[in-house]
Design a protein around this ligand. Structure first.
Ligand code: GAL
Length: 984
């Protein structure tokens, strides 16, 4: 494809610079020449859809946006895992406030496409709205539309209908590429309206494919990647493209797939999910380690990790699986893990860093891949209920640091440093002369030792399995730091003064020495701090975490600009928010969250959240005199540190009371099991051929549900035949993925339930590609001549992912074969799965249960004639029972309450429930498997001020009694503030 001139100038940020300076222009954006020529300087302003053209280039150190170095500190969230667009803004604002400058998003093909040629980007699928919201929030976007995404979603993001098509996915097969192009056309039509290059939005980077290692470098792989590259460019996407290698294998480096890739505008990235028990690996630009050794898999592009583990997904519980719940992921990959691994990444020259996940969300409906359950909380820094956890502290500290202390965008490795018991990385910025030391403790006990630096030997303590950052020579406004053993968090200018903030662990003694050739006038504004001026140096010591924030004002001396030194432990640091406005930079201290700030004349308008009672303190441009918080002016005073501070405390968030659930009504269903049920409207299952990877049994027919257009949730089969006289046994082979099951009836009599076994811990088996056979003996009483009906319900879980590019998403779902012992009846099969896709809630909201097909999950359904029941219940039944109730919430309008539904029962009872809130399928509870018991009900789907309808579709086996046991609402979080929520 020919790049237009406009496109090329957008692509060639640093190449253009190289040209202007006489470099080897045209050969791509990555020359060493460009590297030397771009000095360290302030990062670009936070992005917005500002209508201006921007260039996105790069050299080996970092991205160059409009010629300025940008370190990308990104977090992953999936709009499709939060089906309430208003809440996208909430999560994005939390990310921005806590130091992220970018959000990375998959776009899931299956979520948008119910059928070939049909695409939906409205409502909860409104990609345009998401991209607008990200731009309004001031975040860059890294867009990842696949076509394959993996992501622990059904078929790795491939639409259900694709599983029944010809051709091998993830290759250059023409049928597959035709479908892919259709998808990319749809996505790109929206994406191209939000490109940062054009000033229309904030899309900064765009990924094609995902961890594609099926055909590394062979003709098929090259043709496929090249096709995707050219398609995306032809659609007008002119930001740098990249691919995420499944490890530092060097797959798909620049130039590896011909057309496009070698021309610049192509970055190399690799993903990392090291186990927390592992020593953080060395990779990227520095160090001889790594799978392939050598300096880097791509020495001319900046170190880029498109996915680095910020938690981990949790599998189903039960005997063979070992899902323990997400508290465990959060415990094993805690804040110290983040410091240890992410600081190592920075020390390895990675300047594009995305944490997967930063907000995991919910795999609602039939979205989750078979391996995972509904919650995709991931143990991430922001939990599924949108609460910021203790894991936000390192993200906040490192994120703001990378954006506000420019030295970190261009680091070279410097002389080796050894310190007893620690691994030390020593780096310098060649332009500023600042030195950075990452000191990591891989042992379990704290280490206190001397660490030799260019500014002398420093005494440091690093807790076990943790890491810290030491710096020397940093410019702090107009002054220079000699060294600090506390970690720098930010340095900014607010009004008349410079402010530098340092952080560390509670209980740590922060030590900082400032070069002061002329004796300054020092004011200690909080009692914990101690200082002494000696020998042209100001020595400051602060025990962290004694009070809240510790302030020391350094005035006069060699400069007229005062420097305010701030010290905060982790808990305090996450309540300090820098914010750039057109009138100048603000620093806000106190609230749980700062969402937005604006300066209007002498008024500072802030919006945000408060949890505990707090004062609010603001440093900002000269002339500010009034503080308006969430629309209300607050009385303030001016402090000695030059801030504006509320005179009183904002009250803590009020209590939120949730009602007990009662008034349940019940009805059993599965009339499909009965011999007299009218299935004449069902599809005949009589095909003989299939594109599935599961073999069609000799003589057929094909019983695979996807072949008949049923892709999600439960599927029914009715096989009619005459004469069961000699019939001894019915055996039914089926395939569902993890935790699936099959139930059968003959002439309405239960034959039994068979659960998909989990044979061993082998990972391919875990992916669920196996088929099982259920054999049911037939009782004497059911043997006779005449017409018989075999009814079978298969709870399909979802399609396998296709991580290895072997078309595993095409493994059959549903019945695969039927065989009989003692007789050989001629069976004619009919099949029924989900009804036409819900136009609002989408194709994955409901499956093929009778109640789902009849709308029993919907709020308007009339259940008045259903039987009144109360919980706990214990009944023995094979099949499906529905329970419905309504409840009213009246959460105060200015309180953001996060609510969940909790189910508890005797874990021996074999039943499961699909949870429908106002018609939305909020997930699947499996009582005897777990580990999930609480399901997040997102506001917007949940009416926090109004009436809600809850429906539970309970599928019970006959082997045990079935609940529900206790069903209740649980408060998962609350804050005064929040975002306005539009009902979905
Ligand atoms: C990566 C993959 C992601 C996700 C992750 C594990 O390998 O690219 O999509 O599956 O693993 O959560």
């Amino acid at each position: 494809m020919a790049l237009s001139r406009r496109t090329f100038s957008a692509l060639a940020g640093s190449a253009a610079l190289g040209l202007a300076l006489g470099g080897s222009g045209g050969s791509g954006a990555s020359s060493a020449f460009a590297a030397r020529s771009v000095p360290t300087g302030p990062a670009p302003a936070p992005p917005s859809a500002d209508g201006a053209r921007h260039t996105i280039g790069y050299d080996r150190y970092s991205l160059l946006v409009d010629g300025r170095r940008l370190v990308v500190w990104s977090g992953e969230m999936h709009p499709f895992r939060l089906p309430s667009p208003s809440l996208w803004r909430d999560v994005l604002q939390k990310m921005r406030a806590h130091g992220y400058n970018a959000v990375s998003v998959y776009v899931a093909w299956n979520y948008h496409s119910p059928a070939p040629g049909r695409y939906d980007f409205t409502g909860v699928r409104d990609l345009d709205l998401f991209l607008r919201t990200a731009a309004e929030t001031g975040l860059y976007v890294v867009l990842r539309p696949g076509p394959y995404i993996n992501a622990e979603v059904d078929a790795g993001g491939f639409p259900g209908w694709l599983t029944a098509t010809k051709g091998t996915a993830r290759t250059d097969d023409p049928t597959y590429l035709r479908h892919v192009d259709e998808w990319l056309t749809q996505v790109n039509r929206i994406a191209r309206k939000h490109l940062y290059t054009q000033g229309d939005g904030t899309i900064l980077l765009y990924q094609i494919e995902n961890e594609y290692d099926a055909h590394p470098g062979d003709a098929t792989g090259r043709a496929y990647m090249s096709h995707l590259y050219q398609k995306v460019r032809a659609d007008g996407i002119d930001v740098p493209l990249f691919h995420n290698d499944k490890g530092r294998n060097g797959y798909w480096v620049p130039g590896s797939f011909g057309t496009g890739g070698e021309k610049g505008g192509w970055l190399y990235g690799f993903d990392g999910y090291p186990s927390p028990s592992q020593t953080p690996p060395d990779w990227g630009t520095f160090g001889p380690g790594g799978a392939k050794g050598g300096a880097s898999a791509s020495p001319s592009t900046p170190g880029f990790v498109p996915e680095f583990g910020g938690g981990w997904f949790d599998p189903w519980g039960g005997a063979w699986f070992d899902g323990k719940g997400y508290a465990e992921s959060r415990r094993t990959r805690d804040a110290a893990y983040e410091r240890r691994f992410y600081l190592t990444n920075l020390a390895n020259g990675l300047t594009l860093h995305n944490v997967y996940m930063t907000f995991g969300g919910t795999s609602w409906g039939w979205l989750p891949a078979p391996v995972v359950y509904t919650s995709y909380d991931y143990g991430a820094a922001i939990d599924e209920a949108r609460n910021v956890t203790a894991k936000i502290a390192p993200m906040h500290q490192l994120g703001h640091l990378l954006q506000r202390v420019p030295d970190f965008a261009k680091l070279d490795r410097a002389a080796e440093v050894k310190a007893e018991g620690l691994k030390v990385y020593h780096l310098t910025n060649p332009d500023t002369g600042a030195h950075v030391y990452v000191a990591r403790n891989d042992g379990t006990d704290a280490v206190t030792t001397d660490l030799p630096t260019d500014a002398g030997s420093l005494r440091v303590t690093v807790p076990g399995k943790d890491a810290t950052l030491l710096t020397t020579g940093l410019k702090l406004g107009e002054r220079t730091l000699k060294y600090a053993t506390a970690e720098p968090l930010l340095c900014l200018t607010a009004g008349r003064q410079d402010i530098a903030l340092f952080t560390g662990r509670k209980g740590q003694m922060a030590e900082l020495v400032l070069k002061c050739p002329v004796e300054p006038f020092v004011m200690r504004l909080d009692p914990e701090a101690a200082w002494v001026y000696d020998n042209d140096e100001l020595h400051v010591n602060v025990p962290l975490g004694q009070g809240g924030l510790t302030r020391i004002l350094v005035q006069k001396g060699e400069t007229e600009t005062p420097l305010l030194l701030l010290f905060a432990d982790d808990a305090t640091a996450v309540r300090l928010f820098p914010y750039d406005t057109p009138s100048g930079t603000l620093l806000v201290y106190g609230p749980a969250l700062l969402r937005h700030a604006e300066v209007r004349g002498s008024e500072v308008h802030l919006t945000g959240d408060v949890t505990g009672g707090t004062s609010i303190e603001v440093w900002g441009p000269r002339g500010i005199g009034t503080l308006v918080w969430n629309g209300r002016a607050l009385p303030t005073r001016v402090t000695m540190s030059g801030s504006l501070m509320t005179t009183g405390l904002l009250p803590a968030v009020p209590e939120v009371r949730l009602p007990a659930l009662g008034g349940w009504r019940m009805r059993t269903e599965n009339p499909e099991a009965g011999p007299g049920f009218d299935d004449s409207g069902w599809k005949a299952a009589d095909s003989r051929t299939s594109f599935s990877t599961t073999p069609v049994p000799d003589g057929g027919p094909v019983l695979f549900a996807d072949d008949y257009g049923f892709h999600y949730g439960d599927v029914w089969y009715r096989g009619s035949f005459t004469d069961s006289t000699g019939l001894e046994e019915v055996s039914l082979a089926y395939s569902t993925g993890t935790q699936g099951l099959l139930m059968a009836w003959l002439d309405g009599e239960p034959l039994g339930t068979h659960r998909m076994p989990v044979p061993d811990k082998d990972t391919t088996v875990r992916q669920g590609t196996w088929t099982a056979t259920a054999a049911f003996p037939v009782r004497e009483a059911l043997r006779s001549s005449g017409r018989h009906v075999l009814s079978v319900l298969v709870r399909r879980m979802q399609h396998d992912q296709d991580g290895k590019g072997l078309d595993t998403h095409k493994a059959a779902r549903g019945l695969t074969a039927a065989a009989f012992k003692g007789a050989d009846p001629e069976v004619s099969w009919r099949i029924q799965g989900e009804a036409a896709a819900d136009p609002v809630r989408g194709p994955m909201n409901s499956g093929g249960l009778y109640g789902e097909r009849e709308g029993w999950h919907l709020p308007g359904f009339r259940d008045r004639d259903w039987e009144a029941v109360s919980f706990p219940r214990a009944a023995r039944y094979q099949g499906v029972t529905w329970y419905r109730t309504t409840f009213r919430l009246s959460v105060p309008a200015d309180v953001d309450a996060s609510v969940g539904l909790t189910l508890q029962d005797d874990p021996y009872r074999a039943y499961r429930a699909q949870i429908f809130l106002n018609g939305w399928n909020m997930g699947q509870y499996i009582n005897d498997v777990g580990p999930q018991h609480t399901f997040v009900l997102p506001n917007g789907v949940l009416r926090t001020r109004g009436t809600n309808t809850l429906a539970l579709a309970v599928l019970s086996e006959f082997t045990t009694l079935s609940g529900p046991g206790a069903v209740s609402l649980t408060l998962l979080g609350r804050a005064s503030g929040g975002v306005p929520v539009t009902p979905v």
